[in-house]
Design a protein around this ligand. Structure first.
Ligand SMILES: Cc1cc2nc3c(=O)[nH]c(=O)nc-3n(C[C@H](O)[C@H](O)[C@H](O)COP(=O)(O)O)c2cc1C
Length: 263
């Protein structure tokens, strides 16, 4: 029975996990959530559905909530979710997913956290040290294999976390949700910008337009995924002052063309 893995990704981690699960499962496809939402037609989900995305401020990306609201799950019998995260304890997002699905009278059968490289460089820390990337990628691949086994058997397993309820409060997830779409005012490009336009191309929600050869953030649909910032070949896209001295990261197993066009 065909499985569709709907994914949202900024720097490729969640897409890599979705692709690994899909490969292990067979008879499945990966579909970009922003691309699915772009089509004005109804999104008709199949019998088996996976939703794969990163964790933001201990919760789900805003566009994932939009997607759950819009997708027609009438034919769907088995739903699983996979949330990639980075530092600290997993938590927050799976409870939120359960609640969002319950609003549509649907049950989350299985839910998993997969630790990945940290792409969040807006506060006081940098991208996870490169020394740790190899082990993180390997462990994520192993976990994707195990998730595929559970999904293939239509298993019921939800990863537990102590931070499930307190995490979103500590990280002010509600505040993030409220301000995220228009909250792109701290993004800018420096004089090193050579007008290549890649930032606009990798913005999966089309929140960047090129004007006179420079990117302009439109303040409409930003998800704060940081694709524009991490993928800039000149490293000239910044968010405030704090990102100037920080590293950049893109999942090495994902092609830029996949981030632009979908997997
Ligand atoms: C806006 C934003 C908020 C984030 N918040 C968290 C968080 O609360 N906890 C965490 O462990 N990782 C957090 N991260 C890190 C990402 O969840 C992690 O690096 C993820 O694997 C990125 O996935 P992607 O490459 O598919 O975009 C955050 C990243 C971003 C961009």
């Amino acid at each position: 029975m065909k499985t569709t893995l709907y994914y949202f990704t900024g720097t490729g981690n969640s897409l890599k996990v979705a692709k690994d699960i899909s490969r292990n499962l067979g008879d499945s496809e990966c579909v970009s959530i922003p691309k699915a939402l772009e089509q004005n037609e109804k999104i008709e989900a199949p019998e088996v559905v996976g939703i794969v995305c990163p964790k933001y401020y201990f919760g789900l990306p805003e566009i994932v909530l939009q997607f759950i609201d819009k997708v027609n799950l009438d034919k769907t019998k088995y739903i699983f979710t996979v949330v990639t995260f980075a530092k600290g304890l997993p938590g927050g997002a799976l409870s939120q997913m359960k609640k969002a699905l319950a609003l549509k009278s649907k049950r989350l059968s299985s839910g998993f956290y997969v630790r990945m490289v940290d792409n969040f460089i807006l506060w006081t820390w940098d991208v996870t040290s490169e020394k740790k990337h190899g082990a993180l990628h390997k462990n994520a691949e192993i976990k994707a294999g195990k998730i595929a086994e559970i999904v293939a058997e239509r298993g019921n397993k939800i990863d537990k976390s102590l931070m499930e309820h307190i995490g979103p409060v500590l990280f002010n997830y509600k505040g993030f949700l409220k301000e995220v779409n228009a909250g792109d005012t701290d993004f800018y490009s420096t004089e090193k910008c050579n007008s290549c336009g890649l930032c606009a191309k990798v913005c999966s929600v089309k929140n960047i337009k090129m004007a006179d050869g420079k990117p302009e953030w439109l303040g409409l649909t930003c998800q704060r995924c940081l694709a524009c910032l991490h993928l800039c070949p000149q490293k000239c896209v910044q968010f405030g002052e704090q990102t100037k001295k920080r590293s950049r990261y893109v999942n090495p197993f994902i092609k830029i063309s996949e981030l632009i066009n979908g997997a």
